[in-house]
Each structure stands twice: as C-alpha cells, then as structure tokens.
Write a protein that binds this ligand. Structure first.
Ligand code: PMP
Length: 414
C-alpha cells in the first residue's frame, strides 16, 4: 500500500475544548436515578408546552409558506417588536431596529466576539464567570483577564486598576443573578462600570438571560440604560429561561455600527435564526400573558432556592460558605480550605447526586473548593432527597477523596 500523508492538524484554538474528568463524571448524571443540581436547565414542568404548541399550530396553518421559507437576517419583525417592547418596559430606550435576533444568547456572544475581538485583544471578566463565555473568547483568540468579585459582583476598584493596567477592549458581565455565583451587581457599581467605560473607552457586554427571574428585591436598571453607556454597551438577552431553551432564541441590542457588523457576521454564520421558531415565539408573546406566567415561575424558583438554602447548613462540611441569590437559578458554594469539589464529584455521582465543580468557571487561578448548584430544575421533594445524598457524600468522604487533585478541568457545558 502506498504511503498515506495524514491531513494537517486541527486549529490551535480547539485545544482548550479537550475532554476532562468533570465532563466524564457529569455524563453519568444522565442516569434517571441521579438528582442533578449540575445543569442550568429551567424547570421542565414550567415550560408552557400547550401555549407553545398552539403558537406553532397557528403560524403553520395561517402562513405556512412564509414561516417555512428563508427570511431576513435581522430577525422576525414582530418578534423584534415584542422584545423591544419588553426592553422599553425595563427602562431601556430600545427600538426593534436596534435588535438582532440570534440563535440563543450564546450566538449573540459569538457574534460580539467575531465583530469586536482581534486575536490577542484583552477581555476582562468577573472571576468566576460563565463557562461558555470563556470558551467563546478563547475561540476568538482573546487574552482573558479575571477581575476579582465579592458577594455583590465585580469589585469596581479592582476593575479600575485592571482597566488601567490591561487596556481592555471589552468587559464581559452578567449583572443579574450571575452564572455561576448568583450575585447581583448593585446600582452604584453599575454606575461606576458605565463611568469607567465612558472615561477609559472600552466596550461592555451585558449578558442578561436571568434578569426576569428576580424573586426578591426590586429590579435594577441595565448598564445599557445608564448615562454614558449606550454607545458602548451591548445587551444580550434570551427566551431560554423565560419561554423555552430548545427554541434557541436570543438577541443582541447595541449601537448601530456594531449591530450592523453583527448582522453581516450572522449572515455568514447561519443566514438567520429559524423562521418558524421566531414566528411561533412572536405569536406566543402576542397570545399569552408571559408576565403572569413569570410570576408563577418566580414564586416556584424562590421556593426551590429557599429549600436548598435552608438545607445547606446541614449538608455542607463546617466552615463552608454560600451565596444567597435574589433570583436566577444558581447558588455558589465554597467548601472549607483543602476540599476539592472536582475530586469529590465521583463520590457524589456514586450517591446518585451531582453538582458542577467550580474550577472551570475561573479565567485565572481556579479555587478547587468551589461548586455550583442549580435550584431550578427539581421540585422541593427531589431537592430534599438530593441534599440528603450530598450530606452522605460529604460526611463519608475520606481525607484522600476530598483533597485528591484531579486531572486538569475542562468544559462541562451550560
Ligand atoms: N449567558 C449566560 C450567562 C448563560 O448562563 C447562558 C445559558 N446557560 C447563556 C448566555 C446562553 O443562553 P441561550 O440559551 O440563550 O443561548
């Protein structure tokens, strides 16, 4: 047989997405007997399957050829109007033509990175931050620099220092009920972020998929709506956590030049998001009272969050600390010094319970004692049972099991 020349290797940017111990352990959580606090999945029983089916039925029977045909890249005009109206109610001077409908907020992030970042550009992020944003900036070849946070989100003094030192092009923030910590950035810090961006000249990506899931306290303005921020802040939003993640619909709202560039980038990526899904979403928002629905979702998530928070002192080893979110889906836990949440995950999975170790959410030096738990997916009874299993896991862990250094952490999704 003649000698065969292998094809060239994959691009260097694929290195960061390797397999990991964590990913393998979490793959086991698909077993139905596992109570998983790991995924960022909205509660399935809260998805309005009947209302969504009716919306699809209507658009498919009224205008089948329109909704099954190619469409414009900007997005369904009726959907953009409905989203703009919700943004206006939230205090942002949004117009339908300032919006680009995307395939989930995740695609909005990719588009933002595509139109803004050159390889080597610096992006500042909260430490820890949303894992798939780190992946996205990694694929763009950006230099990602972590800024410290406390229980109110990003530390604005540390941010001012980092801006001075690093000259970032972009600051990525999740101001409401952050993933993974659940923290919410107070108004004075939002103002300081807007002031810094204006004075020092950098972009802000304000990623807000969870803002409508507030179950305590009152709503804070978007940074996008604060003085001096409109021409340099890009607001990313999503229907995933308020309607259904499987529809894969999100949006990007930003200044005209950036939005125009993002429309062209999206054209090259996928032409447009699904016509029928957008039409059904627009119809759904027109027909159903989303706010009344969200009231129920918020009440349920609050109950679930409180059930989890109330159990934590009995479950976690003494000396642990945790966040107390005002909304969203996540509680962030720190075990005592010396504990390693990734090392313990296989013991947890053996007890049919799971969480996400915190290490992959760090852009800088990971804190192995941290982990993220979602309270949204399960009802109180399952949360209670899951917590009993976790209590057993922590109580039975031998010193070797709870401190073993695992293989390098990789990505875990969600
Ligand atoms: N940003 C953050 C902070 C998220 O947590 C998520 C979803 N887990 C996304 C963006 C992506 O959401 P979507 O389903 O709209 O793509």
């Amino acid at each position: 047989m003649r000698r065969r020349v292998p094809p060239p290797g994959l691009a260097g940017r694929t290195d960061a997405a390797g397999s990991s111990v964590i990913r393998e352990a979490l793959a086991l959580t698909a077993r139905p007997e596992v109570i998983s606090f790991a995924g960022g999945l909205p509660a399935s029983e809260l998805i309005d399957t009947e209302g969504i089916r009716a919306a699809y039925d209507q658009v498919l029977s009224e205008a089948p050829h329109r909704v099954l045909q190619y469409s414009v890249t900007d997005g369904d005009p009726e959907l953009r109007e409905a989203v703009a109206a919700r943004l206006v109610r939230g205090g942002l001077a949004a117009r339908p033509d300032g919006l680009l409908i995307t395939t989930g907020a995740q695609q909005a992030l990719t588009l933002l990175a595509t139109v803004l970042l050159e390889p080597g550009d610096t992006v500042l992020v909260e430490e820890p931050t949303y894992l798939a944003a780190l992946q996205c900036f990694g694929y763009a070849g950006a230099r990602v620099v972590a800024v410290p946070t406390d229980r109110h989100g990003i530390d604005v003094e540390a941010l001012a220092d980092a801006v001075e030192r690093e000259r970032p092009k972009l600051l990525y923030l999740v101001p409401d009920f952050q993933n993974p910590t659940g923290h919410t950035l107070p108004l004075d810090r939002r103002r300081e972020v807007a002031r810094l961006a204006s004075a020092r000249g950098f972009w802000i990506a304000e990623d807000d998929p969870y803002g409508e899931l507030r179950f305590r306290g009152s709503r804070l303005p978007w940074i996008s709506a604060l003085e001096g921020a409109a021409d340099r802040t890009v607001l990313l939003g999503s229907l995933s956590k308020v309607v259904a993640p499987g529809m894969r619909l999100g949006w990007l709202h930003g200044p005209p030049g950036l939005r125009r560039a993002a429309v062209l980038a999206k054209q090259a990526l996928d032409l447009h998001s699904s016509t029928v899904d957008q039409a059904a979403a627009a119809r759904y928002l027109r027909n159903r009272d989303l706010d009344a629905r969200l009231d129920r979702v918020r009440a349920l998530y609050r109950e679930r969050c409180d059930t989890l928070l109330e159990a934590l002192p009995r479950v976690l080893p003494p000396g642990s600390t945790w966040s107390r979110p005002d909304g969203g889906m996540f509680v962030w836990v720190r075990l005592p010094d010396g504990w390693d949440a990734a090392a313990l995950l296989p013991q947890a999975v053996a007890q049919d319970v799971a969480y996400v170790p915190g290490a992959p959410f760090f852009a800088g030096r990971p804190d192995p004692a941290t982990l993220r738990m979602s309270f949204a997916t399960h009802g109180p009874a399952d949360i209670g049972e899951g917590m009993r299993r976790l209590a057993r896991t922590f109580a039975r862990a031998t010193p070797a099991e709870r401190t073993r250094v695992p293989a390098p952490a990789g990505q875990t999704g969600l």
